[in-house]
Every structure is written in structure tokens, then in C-alpha cells.
Design a binder for this molecule. Structure first.
Ligand SMILES: [Fe+2]
Ligand SMILES: [Fe+2]
Length: 195
């Protein structure tokens, strides 16, 4: 890892470099209403960060302890702030709208996806706990294990949101309704991140 990358990690402006082999399954079918495109772009930004997270998980062994520490600090912020606030805003706004649209007689349509969020939170807590000192072999092992698991689940979770949930909104809501929904989510996430 080069010096300018470490500086960028510290300042939380680390971007994934393009043209890297990716494990992530990605879905992209046609253009949606403008506000849903904004949602997709937000997901794409998070996915790019997750590719960087994955890069760290796989390459940590060859990095200096300073680089490992910078990566771990950046990763903890990404997971605990950006990702968890995204999940919370979805449950409060996006999933709530989908549950209403599905009208499944008191059974929440989005329940399995809400469970994904709970499981992800546990993996994140495990990663945070184990990434405090990556010089320690046991900690490194624990952080890696939690990181791999959360990356795999999160990738599948994003695909399901994009492949199943967004087309429902595209079909059933107007651009104005979607814009209001996405605006509320954005406000929710910004407030949770103290912006
Ligand atoms: Fe989600
Ligand atoms: Fe999401």
C-alpha cells in the first residue's frame, strides 16, 4: 500500500481503484426513474468501498502495521457509520413503504431482509472487536473471518435490494413519491452520521 493511500484512508476519502477483479455479483438492468438511479449510485459507492474493504482483508499480510491500522480505522468507520446508518434508514423508510405496498396481512414482506441487517450488525461488531490490534494473530484471524462473512452476506443483500425491491418501487410509485422517500432516507443517514 503506497503512502498517499494511507493518508486517504485516514481522511476517510479512500476510493476503490477501477478495473480490479471483483468477487461481487453485480446487477444492472436498464435505467430507472431518476431518484432510483440516485439510490443505485449510493449503493454503487458503498460497493466500491466494500471492494476496498475486501482488498484489505486479502492483502493485510503484506502491509506495514501503520497501513493495517489505517485500513482498520477506515473500515470500522465505513461499517459502523456509513453501512449501519444506511440499513437503519432503509428499515425506517424504504422497507416500510414496501411492506405497505405488499399489504401482506400483518406479515412483513421485508422481514428476511431485516434479519440480514441484524446478522450484518453482529458481523460488524465482531469485526470491530477483533480489528483493534491486527498485529495479534488471533485478532487478525477473527477480523478476517468476520470480514469475509459480512462481505458475502452484504453482497447478496445488495443484489436482492437492487433486483427485487427497486423494480417494485419503479412500477408502483411515481417519481415524486420515490424522490420524497429517497430524500427522507438521505436525511436519516446524514443525521445518524452527524452530518
Ligand atoms: Fe439493506
Ligand atoms: Fe441497501
Amino acid at each position: 500500500m503506497v503512502k498517499k493511500d494511507i493518508g486517504a484512508l485516514r481522511e476517510n476519502r479512500y476510493q476503490a481503484r477501477p478495473a480490479r477483479p471483483r468477487l461481487a455479483f453485480r446487477i444492472r438492468e436498464g435505467t430507472m426513474k431518476p431518484s432510483l438511479e440516485k439510490f443505485r449510485a449510493h449503493h454503487a459507492r458503498l460497493r466500491n468501498h466494500l471492494d476496498r474493504f475486501l482488498e484489505g482483508l486479502t492483502q493485510l499480510d503484506s502491509w506495514s502495521s501503520e497501513a493495517r491500522e489505517a485500513w482498520a480505522t477506515w473500515a470500522r468507520r465505513l461499517l459502523t457509520k456509513d453501512l449501519l446508518s444506511h440499513a437503519a434508514s432503509e428499515e425506517e423508510h424504504l422497507y416500510a413503504v414496501l411492506d405497505d405496498l405488499a399489504g401482506a396481512r400483518g406479515v412483513r414482506f421485508t422481514e428476511t431482509m431485516r434479519w440480514d441487517h441484524r446478522i450484518l450488525k453482529e458481523y460488524i461488531e465482531e469485526f470491530v472487536k477483533n480489528s483493534q490490534s491486527l498485529k495479534d494473530a488471533e485478532q487478525l484471524r477473527g477480523a478476517r473471518l468476520a470480514g469475509w462473512q459480512l462481505y458475502g452476506l452484504l453482497n447478496a443483500h445488495f443484489v436482492k435490494e437492487e433486483a427485487v425491491f427497486l423494480p417494485i418501487l419503479e412500477q408502483r410509485l411515481t417519481e415524486g413519491e420515490i424522490a420524497t422517500l429517497i430524500g427522507r432516507m438521505h436525511q436519516h443517514e446524514a443525521a445518524a452520521q452527524g452530518k
